[in-house]
Structures are given as structure tokens and as C-alpha cells.
Write a protein that binds this ligand. Structure first.
Ligand code: SF4
Ligand code: SF4
Length: 296
């Protein structure tokens, strides 16, 4: 039997509290919306949803249901070959709900819908357009799948009025086939990010990687270089946490000082913004960065 993996001190976080947190949670239940923050049991939820005086409130909403056509080894979302049909009212309902929460920044993401001809790209684009009509000040980041490399779908989302186009490579090229669903490919993901930028020059692009999956430093640096060739602006690096025992094991808990080294290495390569740390998640404090660095 494999030894139990103990959580190092630097990964333990506070229990969620606060008015904003309770209100968002209640509202989500009423509207039957899903968040990655909850589904992935994200350790930063009290920080992100709490918002408050010195913080930017951020949440990650999951569109197009909670069943994914893919099955990545690290992910706790349910897999289904035939997920439920899209809710045609979702773009309107989501836009309306988000516009009422007073969030500064929202991340819209989704399960992968390989069962849909356009991968759900029109649904995504419609949600963004409606949200921007109702709340023009809110900053919108979309974290999309790869649309199976269909660049028309990428362009549809990239030109829908969003502020940040995110697509995660998740891991280094050498581990991609093991960590991600085999339909998700490192090269394809790089091409998606490059095409988003090409579809709307000046659009901010972003990606994330999980560390602790068995990657080497040289492989991480290689990924950084490939991302910069695709002109990706923002990179986040965080620790992989195993959601349940059925999921891929954590290979190692990467030390905070190693994350710091990667932060420097990435900054030297010219990313506009890098967040690297054990608790960093794709969307962690995303709003604070954009509001303080880009828009001021
Ligand atoms: Fe949600 Fe992302 Fe914050 Fe986690 S880091 S609570 S997923 S917004
Ligand atoms: Fe999870 Fe995304 Fe992979 Fe689906 S494609 S299993 S939602 S990481």
C-alpha cells in the first residue's frame, strides 16, 4: 500500500466566511449555476469570494453543465459521453446573476463539450456579450477548452468582447498525454492560444500549469518558451492537489522556493504577469492583477 501523502503546512488554508461568500453561494443554488471554486474544492474560496475593501472579488462560473465529454486524470468533474443538452436560457440567466453580485472580475469556464458541433463556442460568446451589455465594467476572462483545434470556434470566443482569453496547457509536453485526456494535446493547446491572439491583436492571453506531477525543471522551461513563442501574456503555476483517491497521485509537493525560482525564470522570459506559488490557481486573484496592472 502506498504511504499516505501528508499535506505540508504551506497548503493549509482558512475555512470560508464572510457576507459576500454566503450571498454568492445562496444565489448560485437558486439559479442552479456551477462554480469551479466549489466543484474543485478550491482552497482559495474564502479569499476569492470574500472580496472586501482591499480585494477584488472573483468567482469562476462553469457553463454548459457539470458533465464533461473528456476525462483528465487530475480533474474531479464528472465524465459523460452524452451530457445533457445546453440550457438555452443559461447565457441570459448567468449574465443577469453575475451583473447583480457586484464582482469586479469573473472567470467563465466550461466543461468540454466535444458532443456539440461548435464545442459550445456560440453559447460562450453569447454569454459574454449579454454580460458585457448588462455590466460593462466587469472584467471577463474565459477559460475555454481546445475546441478540438477548431480555430473558428477559438476566434468566435476571442472576438466576443472578453478581456482575457485563457486556455490551460495544464502540464509540460512530456506529461501531457498522461495527465490530460488524450484528445487534449500540448501542441494543439499552444496553437489555440496563438490563434486567440491572432484573432484579436492586443487581446490578453493566459495559461496555467499544475506542478508536482513529475515534471522536470527543463520541461517547465521548455513549456514557458513555447508559450512565449505563441505570445502568451500571463502564466500561472500552482501545486497539483489530488481531488480524490481515484485521481492521479501527487508526485511531489513542490516547495515554495522552487515556485519562486519559476516565477523569476518566467518573468525573465517576458510574460506580462506571472503568479507562481503552491496555492496559486488559474483564476486566483486574477482580478487584482488586471485592475492594478493593466487598467490603471
Ligand atoms: Fe474560484 Fe479560482 Fe478563486 Fe479557486 S482561485 S476560489 S477556482 S476563483
Ligand atoms: Fe476536467 Fe476540463 Fe479535463 Fe473536462 S476537459 S475532465 S473539465 S480538465
Amino acid at each position: 500500500r502506498a504511504p499516505k501523502q501528508r499535506l505540508p503546512e504551506w497548503l493549509k488554508t482558512a475555512i470560508p466566511v464572510g457576507k459576500n461568500y454566503t450571498q454568492i453561494k445562496k444565489n448560485l443554488r437558486e439559479l442552479k449555476l456551477h462554480t469551479v471554486c466549489e466543484e474543485a474544492k478550491c482552497p482559495n474560496i474564502s479569499d476569492c469570494w470574500g472580496g472586501g475593501e482591499h480585494q477584488t472579488a472573483t468567482a469562476t462560473i462553469m457553463l454548459m453543465g457539470d458533465e464533461c465529454t473528456r476525462g483528465c486524470r487530475f480533474c474531479s468533474v464528472k465524465t459523460s459521453k452524452a451530457p445533457k443538452p445546453l440550457d438555452i436560457h443559461e447565457p441570459e440567466n448567468t449574465a443577469e446573476a453575475i451583473s447583480r453580485w457586484g464582482l469586479d472580475y469573473v472567470v467563465l469556464t466550461s466543461v468540454d463539450r466535444d458532443d456539440l458541433a461548435d464545442g459550445g463556442s456560440a453559447h460562450f460568446a453569447e454569454t459574454i456579450m449579454k454580460l458585457k451589455q448588462k455590466a460593462p465594467k466587469i472584467l471577463v476572462e474565459c477559460l475555454t477548452g481546445d475546441f478540438q483545434g477548431d480555430m473558428e470556434c477559438v476566434a468566435r470566443v476571442a472576438t466576443s468582447g472578453l478581456d482575457v482569453y485563457a486556455h490551460n496547457i495544464e502540464t509540460v509536453e512530456a506529461l501531457s498525454a498522461y495527465v490530460r485526456d488524450p484528445r487534449a494535446k500540448f501542441r494543439q493547446s499552444i496553437a489555440v492560444l496563438a490563434h486567440a491572439k491572432k484573432s484579436k491583436p492586443g487581446l490578453m492571453t493566459k495559461t496555467s500549469m499544475m506542478l508536482g506531477c513529475g515534471e522536470t525543471e527543463a520541461e517547465v522551461i521548455h513549456a514557458m518558451d513555447e508559450l512565449r513563442k505563441a505570445e502568451v501574456d500571463v502564466l500561472t503555476l500552482g501545486q497539483y492537489m489530488r481531488p480524490t483517491k481515484k485521481h492521479m497521485r501527487v508526485h511531489e509537493y513542490v516547495k515554495p522556493e522552487v515556485f519562486e525560482r519559476y516565477q523569476k525564470l518566467a518573468e525573465e522570459r517576458g510574460f506580462k504577469y506571472v503568479a507562481s506559488g503552491p496555492l496559486v490557481r488559474s483564476s486566483y486573484k486574477a482580478g487584482e492583477f488586471y485592475i492594478s496592472n493593466i487598467l490603471k
